[in-house]
Design a protein around this ligand. Structure first.
Ligand code: GTP
Ligand code: MG
Length: 507
């Protein structure tokens, strides 16, 4: 069964995007297509489904934090594009998902574009908004927008700019989207404002993005950034401001984490004193480079993770899906045999009792009324045989369906995960179609050709890892000690620096 036209187009589209941004992954997409084919032949996937749609192809870097702390300014500087509006009042009231496009201009699209497109991380976000406030999902455009930008820095990643945390104006929907984004993100930059260390927005940010996240098992994807540190140059007291900030973080339970102090030399007031400016710039450049390195790392880590996912999906088909379908088939077979026995047994007993009671038996010979007439007709016995045959087939078919439902209920009840059960139901239905013998042991789609396909996928996966190594384990050797076999989720996620006031001193 081929994929539907819309799936075909979407995958083509994805391939084109990846070709521009990360060509190694184009081969990986082909692997996913093979997996789709096997899944469809097993009946596990419909024409509308594809493994490629549930893969987060682009790593997500989200920028959150205090309002007016320079989040948008930082993104503009990073991308080298004047993409986001900036200003001293709360500027952003929406989340902006920013992704690469090689079009020579910036394009702005409504939130609906994000909700409806599985390539984007906020696919089906309306459901999360609706869960927070029923009916509010319709207003998705009020919360989200999409911008595309041709900045080279965006290749192979997605950045989300967010509205600042504002103690008074925060809405449940915004918090619910924030939580969603935190879960999806590979890296979260939490911005603080060195100008207003006591603001309500600051305490809100601390509460939600520090206290609420330090116990997550992915807490090391959070980078804490004290921005606009240039403002301390006038008083020359960056250490004091930093120490106060650290105390505020520690009060919320954070004792270790990655902290950076930065500023934007063009957005702030120029630092007159040459020596002071040099000191501030040196520290700032080192920290900005540190942040950029983390951003680069997540891109690489994500590419490996996607290859890992391909191998993992193939093995799930073999180790989870296949045994479940087989268990279903065994169950079904047993039920069909039992129910056939019961139905036909009952039928026989009823027939014998009624004919006996009606006196049609003479010893062991049965003389049914009209039998002579039927037998005398040249077509009579064939018609009778056809009628009886059809009756038997009809009963058998009903029994197969009933047994199918019973066996499916049993297998599904034993499954912990409730998601994806409709896929199993589809596969069960395919395996019990009327022409399939109940004695066939192998599930549909599990022929020699598909088994070879899966085996090839497993070996290709290793090849993809090697290709990624060729690209990323570059001569500088920066990534090489962290790259290993499949599933390299640890790349870029294991950095957790002890923070001391000393290590963050400017100079
Ligand atoms: N002094 C100084 N000002 C900065 C710095 N970075 C940004 N600004 C200024 O701070 C103001 C707020 O910057 P934005 O980038 O709009 O801040 P934001 O966090 O995106 O704000 P919201 O979207 O409203 O939450 C702007 O006027 C910037 O010019 C910095 O490093 N130092
Ligand atoms: Mg902003």
């Amino acid at each position: 069964m081929p994929e539907s036209d819309s799936v075909h187009n979407r995958i083509n589209n994805l391939e084109q995007h990846l070709e521009e941004e990360n060509p190694v992954l184009v081969d990986v997409i082909r692997g996913f297509k093979d997996l789709d084919l096997v899944s469809r032949q097993m009946g596990f996937f419909s024409k509308e489904q594809s493994h490629a749609f549930s893969v987060p192809w682009w790593p997500l870097i989200s920028v959150l934090g205090v309002y007016s702390s320079g989040k948008s300014t930082f993104i503009n500087r990073y991308l080298d594009y004047n993409l986001q509006d900036t200003g001293n009042q709360a500027v952003d009231d929406k989340f902006t998902v920013i992704c690469f496009s090689d079009e020579d201009r910036i394009r702005q699209l409504p939130g609906l574009a994000l909700d409806a497109d599985p390539r984007f991380p906020l696919y089906k976000i309306t459901e999360a908004i609706d869960a927070a406030t029923p009916g509010e999902g319709r207003r998705v455009d009020a919360y989200l927008q999409l911008k595309t930008c041709p900045s080279e820095k965006l290749r192979g990643k997605i950045i989300i700019d967010s509205p600042g945390f504002d103690a008074d104006a925060q809405r449940t929907e915004t918090l619910s989207i924030t939580r969603h984004i935190l879960d999806l993100s590979d890296l979260v930059l939490v911005f603080f404002d060195a100008r207003h260390p006591e603001s309500g927005s600051m305490s809100d940010t601390l509460e939600t993005l520090v206290k609420g996240t330090i116990h997550r098992n992915d807490s090391n994807k959070f980078l804490y950034i004290l921005n606009q540190i240039d403002m301390t140059a006038r008083e020359d007291n960056p250490e004091q401001v930093f120490a106060a900030w650290q105390r505020a973080l520690a009060q919320k339970g954070m004792t270790a984490g990655q902290c950076f102090t930065i500023y934007d030399p063009e957005a702030g007031m120029p630092i007159e004193d040459n020596g002071l400016r040099e000191r501030f710039l040196r520290k700032r450049d080192a920290d900005v480079a540190g942040i950029q390195e983390r951003i680069e790392e997540v891109r690489v880590a994500r590419a490996y993770r996607i290859v890992g996912m391909l191998g993992q999906r193939a093995s799930v088909l073999e180790t989870d899906v296949y045994p479940r379908i087989q268990a279903f088939l065994e169950n079904w077979r047993r039920w069909v045999c039992w129910l056939n026995g019961i139905f036909f047994g009952l039928f026989l007993v009823c027939f014998l009792t009624i004919t006996h009671w009606a006196g049609y038996w003479n010893g062991f010979s049965l003389r049914l009324p009209y039998m002579d007439v039927i037998m005398a007709n040249p077509w009579g016995k064939w018609t009778l045989a056809a009628f009886l045959g059809a009756l038997v087939i009809y009963i058998h078919m009903r029994v197969r369906r009933l047994a199918g439902k019973q066996a499916a209920r049993k297998i599904l009840a034993g499954m912990d995960e409730k998601e994806g059960q409709e896929n199993y139901i589809r596969a069960f239905t395919k395996n019990t179609r009327w022409w399939r013998s109940i004695f066939r042991r192998k599930p549909a789609g599990w022929g020699r050709r598909n088994m070879a396909r899966l085996a090839k996928l497993a070996s290709d996966t290793n090849g993809y890892v090697q290709k990624l190594n060729d690209v990323y384990a570059n001569p500088a050797g920066k990534m090489s000690e962290r790259t290993g076999p499949l599933g390299m989720t640890e790349v870029g996620s294991d950095v957790c620096v002890e923070v001391s006031s000393e290590s963050l001193k400017i100079d």
